[in-house]
Design a protein around this ligand. Structure first.
Ligand code: XIL
Length: 347
């Protein structure tokens, strides 16, 4: 009896050890993109390409879709009212294209990272609208036909589903969102146009308000092709079933779904934190569930999954929130983490 019991325990231990082993170790010899039916992307900082060859190598070898982490934002592209600065974005686009990567434009209209002149623009609501139009049309036209998808409006809603009080709302009025999409469409008849936001995946009230708002615009003929669920989530508060529901709901409403800025924080409360295997495992499992759900929506609505960075080493979470955290696929030494291995397995 005892012997059988010990053998059984031994077997269970052996099994769980091997399962764990299998989950934990994998190599990045083959690419993530090669494994997937839909584009797998990452946000990157082109300035790091020349200073960090491993970063550069991983970006161009693992992913099939590219978003510039900052270089396409208004403060970078449009530093003065009559001056556009294309160099950094151009270089990014040309490097990505030479590696056959799709480039997604992020972002045209936002309340952050705007140039000073834009925030301080003095003019009537007609002049504001004209300024917004010229900003959108110039940028979308410039990158046509290489950049064929855009986050046209980013983060326009508050947590309770009301419209965020941005310069655009204040000066153009609540029609700024539909106008932004119309202008982008005028500049590029073929581009996929996205509304992008955070919290839609974990806050049903916000998601429902945004869907109601966008559906209403669509009924009026406003060209909104897809919704970007940013997915800055964490292992403590994010609930997998809630996220699954969000992915299905956005797809059922007829939008392409872009998981557009994925990272999964391990230390959302920002306390002293010791990295541990349990949390890495939780991160990997959450990713696994998200990918399974994503694969269940119709293929033609799977615009792709984009990670907001490559290695924990440069994650915006560390610098922006000043906390130790490990939200991405590769660790500080560029080794693939359990989340990478689980993602690969789930694709
Ligand atoms: C972040 C970048 O990662 C940082 O480098 C920058 O300092 C601030 O912006 N939502 C967005 C992204 O839509 O543009 C933000 O990117 C992260 C949150």
């Amino acid at each position: 009896m005892f012997r059988t019991c010990f053998m059984l325990i031994g077997l269970i231990a052996l099994f769980s050890c091997c399962v764990k082993q299998e989950l934990k170790t994998c190599t990045s010899d083959s690419s993530l993109a090669g494994q997937a039916d839909f584009p797998i992307g990452a946000a990157a900082d082109p300035l790091l390409f020349s200073s960090d060859s491993i970063y550069r190598h991983l970006f161009f070898s693992q992913f099939s879709s590219a978003t510039a982490e900052n270089s396409f934002k208004p403060a970078y592209l449009h530093p003065e009212e009559n001056t556009y600065q294309w160099n950094e974005a151009d270089e990014f686009v040309s490097q990505c294209r030479s590696h056959q990567m799709r480039v997604h434009g992020h972002t045209l209209i936002w309340h952050q990272q705007n140039p000073q002149w834009m925030n301080a623009f003095a003019g009537s609501s007609e002049q504001w609208e004209q300024m917004m139009k010229s900003h959108i049309v110039s940028i979308v036209r410039y990158f046509r036909p290489t950049v064929l998808s855009w986050d046209v409006v980013n983060e326009a809603f508050n947590e309770d589903g009301s419209l965020r009080n941005t310069i655009w709302l204040q000066h153009v009025g609540s029609s700024y969102i539909e106008k932004a999409f119309m202008f982008a469409r005028q500049a590029s008849p073929e581009a996929k146009l996205f509304y992008n936001d955070y919290g839609l995946e974990t806050n049903p009230a916000k998601r429902k308000a945004v869907l109601a708002f966008l559906n209403h615009l669509r009924l009026k003929g406003v060209p909104i092709d897809g919704i970007g669920l940013q997915m800055h989530i964490d292992i403590k508060y994010a609930d997998a079933s809630m996220i699954e529901e969000a992915i299905y709901e956005v797809a059922q409403n007829g939008y392409d779904v872009h998981l557009s800025e994925v990272d999964i924080s391990l230390n959302p409360r920002g306390k002293d934190y010791l990295l541990n295997a349990k949390d890495l495992q939780a991160q990997a499992e959450l990713m696994h569930k998200i990918v399974r759900a994503y694969r269940n929506i119709p293929l033609h609505q799977q615009f792709g999954i984009t990670f907001w960075g490559i290695s924990d080493r440069y994650s915006w979470i560390r610098t922006t929130y000043n906390r130790s955290d490990y939200p991405l696929l590769f660790d500080d030494q560029y080794q693939p983490k359990p989340i990478y291995c689980q993602l690969k397995q789930a694709l």
